[in-house]
Design a protein around this ligand. Structure first.
Ligand code: B1M
Length: 213
C-alpha cells in the first residue's frame, strides 16, 4: 500500500478507498501512527490549504473529513491498544442555547485529522460542562463555537466559569463561529480565534506550543 494513495483518497474525499487502503496498510504491517502522520494528517492539511485558497468549499471538506474519519476508525483501535494516542485533548462544543453544529463538527474533524484527541461535548453546552471537561477529563484546549449573536455571550460565561473553578490556567480557550471575531476573543479573555476549521488547527497548535515554551 502506498501512503500517497491514502493521502489522495482523503484529499479526494473517497471514503471507500480510504477504508480499503488503511486496512491494506495495517495488513502489510504499517504502524498505525505512520498511517496517521504520513497519510491522514498531510491529507487533511492539504484539504485545509485548498479550503483557504477557496478551491475547496464545505461539501468537499465534509467528504474529505468523512474519508479521514473512516480510515482513522480502522487504525484507532490498534493505536489505542499500543498506547500511541498521545495528541493533546480538545473539548469542543457549541455554546449553551445554540444548536448549530456543522461548523463545530468540521473543526472537530480537522483537529482529529491533525492528531488531537477530541472530546465532542455536542451542542447547547453549558459552561459547567466545559469546566468538567478540563477538571475531570484533562482537556488541554477548549474550543467553543457559536452561530448566533444571542448565544456568543455564553462564551465569556464559560471563561468566567473556568476561572471560578480555578482551571482557567490549565487550558487554552479558543472560539469561533460566524458572528465571532478576533477582537471579541481578546475582549472576553480567550486565547485564540479561528475563522475556519483549517485555521483552528493552526491556532490550537500555536497556542499550545506557546504555553509549553
Ligand atoms: Co440557523 N441561523 N438558526 N440554523 N443557520 C444562521 C446562523 C443565521 C445567520 C441565518 C440568517 O438569519 N441569515 C441566523 C443567525 C442570526 C444571528 O444571530 N445573527 C440563524 C438563526 C436566526 C437561526 C434560528 C434562531 C432560526 C429560528 O428558529 N428562528 C435557529 C436557532 C436554533 C438554535 O441554535 N437554538 C436556527 C436553526 C438552524 C437550523 C437547525 C435550521 C440549521 C442548523 C443545523 C445544524 O447545524 N445541525 C441552521 C443553519 C444550517 C444555518 C445557516 C444557514 C448555516 C450555518 C452553517 O452550518 N454554516 C446559517 C446562515 C449562514 O451561515 N449562511 C444560519 C456552514 C458552517 C461550515 O459554517 O458554522 O460558520 P460555520 O463554521 C465555520 C467557521 O465559522 C468556523 O469554522 C467553520 C468551518 O470553516 N468555526 C469555528 C465554527 N465554529 C468554530 C469553533 C472554533 C473555531 C472555528 O473553535 C475554536
Amino acid at each position: 500500500m502506498n501512503l500517497s494513495d491514502l493521502q489522495a483518497a482523503v484529499i479526494n474525499g473517497n471514503a471507500k478507498s480510504a477504508d480499503a487502503l488503511a486496512r491494506a496498510g495495517l495488513a502489510e504491517g504499517l504502524a498505525p501512527m505512520t498511517i496517521i502522520t504520513e497519510a491522514l494528517v498531510p491529507g487533511m492539511h492539504e484539504v485545509g490549504e485548498r479550503f483557504k485558497r477557496e478551491e475547496y468549499f464545505v461539501p468537499e471538506m465534509l467528504l474529505s473529513a468523512r474519508a479521514m474519519k473512516t480510515a482513522l476508525a480502522i487504525v484507532k483501535p490498534l493505536l489505542i491498544q499500543q498506547g500511541g494516542l498521545t495528541g493533546p485533548k480538545v473539548a469542543i462544543g457549541t455554546v449553551q442555547g445554540d444548536l448549530h453544529d456543522i461548523g463545530k463538527n468540521l473543526v472537530a474533524m480537522m483537529l482529529e485529522g491533525a492528531g488531537f484527541e477530541i472530546l465532542d461535548l455536542g451542542t447547547n453546552v453549558k459552561p459547567e460542562q466545559f469546566v468538567r471537561a478540563v477538571a475531570e477529563q484533562g482537556a488541554q484546549v477548549i474550543a467553543m463555537s457559536a452561530l448566533l449573536t444571542t448565544t456568543m455571550t455564553n462564551m465569556p460565561a464559560t471563561v468566567e466559569a473556568l476561572k471560578s473553578a480555578g482551571v482557567r490556567d490549565r487550558t487554552v480557550v479558543m472560539i469561533g463561529g460566524a458572528p465571532v471575531t478576533e477582537r471579541y476573543a481578546q475582549q472576553i479573555g480567550a486565547d485564540g480565534f479561528a475563522a475556519d476549521a483549517a485555521t483552528a488547527v493552526e491556532v490550537a497548535q500555536a497556542r499550545l506550543r506557546a504555553r509549553i515554551a
